[in-house]
Design a protein around this ligand. Structure first.
Ligand code: ADP
Length: 336
């Protein structure tokens, strides 16, 4: 109650799956804006939703970094709901940015946004926290142009590598192959894959790996990166949802025709052995990333999580220091 009284709640900013977000400010200073995220308590989901809120509170209260959303306070409301008082980030998110075609941006701008994302992911991993829901829509933009990683409702600690973990995390387009294959043990690589997809989307201004089902998601990943085999990804055949590719060409199982035939079922369909796209595909599709940027995202989007770049290796890549230099955050294009 004491904490609640320190804040004034204002107008509604938006609504998500498990919360309604209001603007607000500290009572004593109307210029100190905050976002107040009031957790929806639905009878059916009460325990699960509360768990998301507790995770978000636990992880955010441990993290302090310029590219991670700040948690100012937590309070409970009169009706027993939980509210999180978060940093106010009014300039939208990275998904809205690439979708807004009235905003034009350059290679150097992409590099600046990507770098702030990479700093955030590295910092989480350095503190043994997996975010597990990295996507453009969870990368919010502060008034000064800084990108901040938000929405820690699915985050968890990976301090205990022996624990069984759920594979049903991460919004599908951003989900790495090991989770689609049913991995029960995984690490920071899951966030690095998602980050690669986000950077690719910024560069092409469209979805990079869109699909309708988890099975289709694997098919579209294999269309670009090739079908994994024991040679390219040792251990891949041990996954619960792995199906060995048949070596005969299977044109009826490409993404487009499977969409036309309805959803292929995991039991009856096997993807044929596909080859990885050559460098020319990347140069054609990602001209804004240049040779260095292409090398970087291919490193982040490596099928075998053990061969994938770590968040540290991402930050050590030459892409960041080679020309063009990333745009200064105050000079980045913005909404409004
Ligand atoms: P979701 O991730 O499902 O969109 P959220 O609960 O995180 O759900 O947020 C809902 C909406 O509220 C966002 O789309 C955004 O418009 C707004 N919002 C969320 N957090 C903030 C914030 N810190 N500052 C300003 N607006 C926010």
């Amino acid at each position: 109650d004491e904490v609640r009284k320190r804040f004034i709640t204002g107008s509604k900013l938006g609504e998500g799956t498990y919360a309604i977000v209001y603007s607000g400010h500290y009572r004593e200073d109307p210029s100190s804006l905050v976002a107040i995220k009031k957790i929806k308590v639905n009878q059916d989901y009460k325990d699960g939703i509360a768990m998301d809120a507790i995770r978000e509170i636990k992880f955010l209260s441990e993290l302090e970094h310029p590219n991670v959303i700040k948690l100012h306070a937590v309070f409970s409301t009169k009706d027993q709901n939980i509210s999180l008082v978060l940093e106010h980030l009014p300039l939208g998110d990275l998904e809205t940015l690439w979708k807004t075609h009235t905003i034009s941006y350059t290679s150097a701008d992409i590099k600046a946004w990507a770098n702030m994302l990479a700093q955030a992911v590295w910092f989480c991993h350095e503190n043994f926290i997996l975010h597990r829901d990295i996507k453009g829509n969870n990368l919010l933009i502060a008034a000064d142009g800084t990108v901040k990683l938000a929405d820690f409702g699915l985050a968890r600690s990976f301090a205990d590598p022996g624990r069984i973990m759920t594979y049903n995390v991460i919004t599908r387009f951003y989900r790495p192959p090991e989770l689609l294959l049913g991995a029960r043990h995984y690490g920071g690589g899951v966030d690095v894959w998602s980050m690669g997809v986000v950077i690719a989307e910024l560069a092409i201004r469209e979805w990079f790996l869109p699909s309708e089902t988890d099975f289709q998601q694997l098919c579209i990943i294999y269309d670009v990166f090739g079908t994994p085999t024991e040679e390219t990804w040792p251990g891949v055949s041990q996954f619960q949802f792995y199906t060995a590719p048949d070596n005969t060409p299977a044109p009826s199982l490409t993404l487009n025709s499977s969409a036309a035939n309805g959803n292929p079922s995991q039991n009856t369909s096997q993807p044929g052995l596909k080859r990885a796209q050559p460098l020319g595909y990347w140069r054609n599709r990602f001209p804004l990333l240049g040779e260095d940027g292409i090398d970087l995202i291919r490193g982040m989007l490596t099928l075998d999580p053990l061969k994938r770049l770590s968040a540290r290796a991402v930050l050590d890549h030459r892409y960041w220091t080679n020309a063009p230099r990333p745009t200064k955050k105050e000079d980045l294009p913005r909404q409004g």
